[in-house]
Structure formats: structure tokens, C-alpha cells
Design a protein around this ligand. Structure first.
Ligand SMILES: *[C@@H]1O[C@H](CO)[C@@H](O)[C@H](O)[C@H]1NC(C)=O
Length: 227
């Protein structure tokens, strides 16, 4: 009996391990109420009264408009996730448009809750991602890169650090689907060197194995968020 129970517990934990993405919906839809109208906070967003839901709750216009890339990185992400499109709540999916000026960069970042699949509509992009720390201490984190042209599709697996760099002489445009209603973004440099308050100098000096002045210099930069 105990063995049977143990097997059941193991099976349940295995099943829940394979569901690392957004949970499945328990109804047709659960249109999110606006954060400032919410009276309770749950894991996700609470549902609007289904009788009050209209087609506009599932609608977002304007993704034909380019994002403003006039910033130090020369790129701009226009997100369409549950925060912009309340009908996405509980559906486990979202998308973005990304614009790149010539030599514009979407700097190394991760989406803690989503895999991202991109399609290039315009321009030439050098893209890549790096695997997590290998089990074998003699191996290194592996980099996968590719140069993409219009029509090309590339996938960045959930949680891995990735980037896109416009290596062409023209603007570039990408649309991307993400496997979460709220995939989140951690921009590596911004999180490590631009946190508020700053991470302790000794911590970063030791972590990056450089002189404290290098860390101070990096912490003194303005870390632009393009999303
Ligand atoms: C783009 O952003 C820059 C910098 O914030 C700003 O000066 C400029 O007016 C913006 N351009 C448009 C078309 O909104």
C-alpha cells in the first residue's frame, strides 16, 4: 500500500514537473480585470464578469506601427501580453513586435516564464542563445547562433539568455510568439549592474573577477530598458 502511494506521489510530481509553463485555463476565457480595479491578488489576474466581456477584450490594434528605436540600444519591443490585451489571461500565450535600427541590439536577456519563437519580416539579424550551466564542470555554457533573413524563424528555449543584433544596413522587424501570458524579461546587464539599490560591490567584484573600479563604472551607467 505504501509502495503504491509512493508511486502515485512520484507520478504526480513527474507530471507537475513537465508543466513548467502557464497553467491551463479552467473555462473558455478569463478576461483580466485591470490591475488598479482588482480587489484581490492571485497567481495571474482575476476574471471580469463573463457577461460584461466584449470582442474588444480580445483585441489589440496598431502592431503595424514601428516602435521608436531612438535610444542607446537602437531597438524597441512592443509587447502584447496580458497587460495590454486582457483576453490573454489564462491562455498561456502572448506576442511582441521588435524593431531594430541599423546595428540596433536587443541585448542579452531571458524570459523567466516563456519560450520565444521569432519570425523575421524585414532586415538581417544575428541572433543567439546560451545554454544553462553544464552538468560536466569541464564543459562550458554552449552558444548557438544564426544569421536570419526575412521569412526565417528561430526559437529561444524558455529561460535561456538570448539576444538579437541587426547586422544589416536597414531597419529590421521581428514578430515573436511567447508561451506565457506574462513571460517577463530579465535584461542581464540591467538586473546585475542597474538594480535599485545596487548589488554589493564585493559581491560583483568577486563574481566577475575584476577590479572594483570596473564594477563602479558599470554601476554608474544608465541601463536602458527597451521593453
Ligand atoms: C522617439 O524617442 C525619442 C527619445 O525618447 C524622442 O525624442 C522622439 O520624439 C521619439 N520619436 C517619436 C516619433 O515619437
Amino acid at each position: 500500500m505504501a509502495v503504491r502511494l509512493l508511486i502515485v506521489v512520484l507520478l504526480i510530481s513527474l507530471v507537475s514537473l513537465t508543466h513548467a509553463s502557464d497553467p491551463a485555463p479552467l473555462q473558455d476565457f478569463c478576461v483580466a480585470v485591470k490591475d488598479d480595479e482588482a480587489k484581490v491578488f492571485v497567481n495571474g489576474k482575476i476574471c471580469k464578469d463573463p457577461n460584461m466581456v466584449s470582442a474588444d477584450d480580445f483585441f489589440f490594434p496598431g502592431l503595424n506601427m514601428p516602435g521608436n528605436t531612438s535610444n542607446p540600444l537602437g531597438s524597441k519591443v512592443t509587447p502584447v501580453n496580458v497587460n495590454q490585451l486582457p483576453g490573454l489571461n489564462t491562455l498561456g500565450i502572448s506576442l511582441v513586435r521588435i524593431d531594430y535600427a541599423p546595428y540596433g541590439l536587443n541585448p542579452p536577456h531571458t524570459h523567466p516564464r516563456g519560450t520565444e519563437v521569432i519570425v523575421v519580416v524585414e532586415g538581417t539579424l544575428y541572433v543567439g542563445f546560451v545554454t544553462s550551466n553544464p552538468a560536466d564542470p569541464n564543459m562550458k555554457n554552449k552558444l548557438f547562433t544564426k544569421t536570419l533573413h526575412p521569412g526565417d524563424v528561430f526559437v529561444f528555449p524558455e529561460g535561456l539568455i538570448h539576444f538579437q543584433f541587426n547586422v544589416g544596413k536597414t531597419n529590421a522587424i521581428v514578430f515573436a510568439g511567447l508561451s506565457s501570458q506574462n513571460p517577463g524579461v530579465i535584461t542581464i546587464a540591467n538586473a546585475v549592474f542597474g538594480s535599485d539599490p545596487p548589488i554589493n560591490l564585493d559581491v560583483l567584484t568577486k563574481a566577475f573577477q575584476v577590479d572594483a573600479n570596473v564594477i563602479k563604472y558599470l554601476q554608474g551607467q544608465f541601463w536602458w530598458n527597451i521593453d
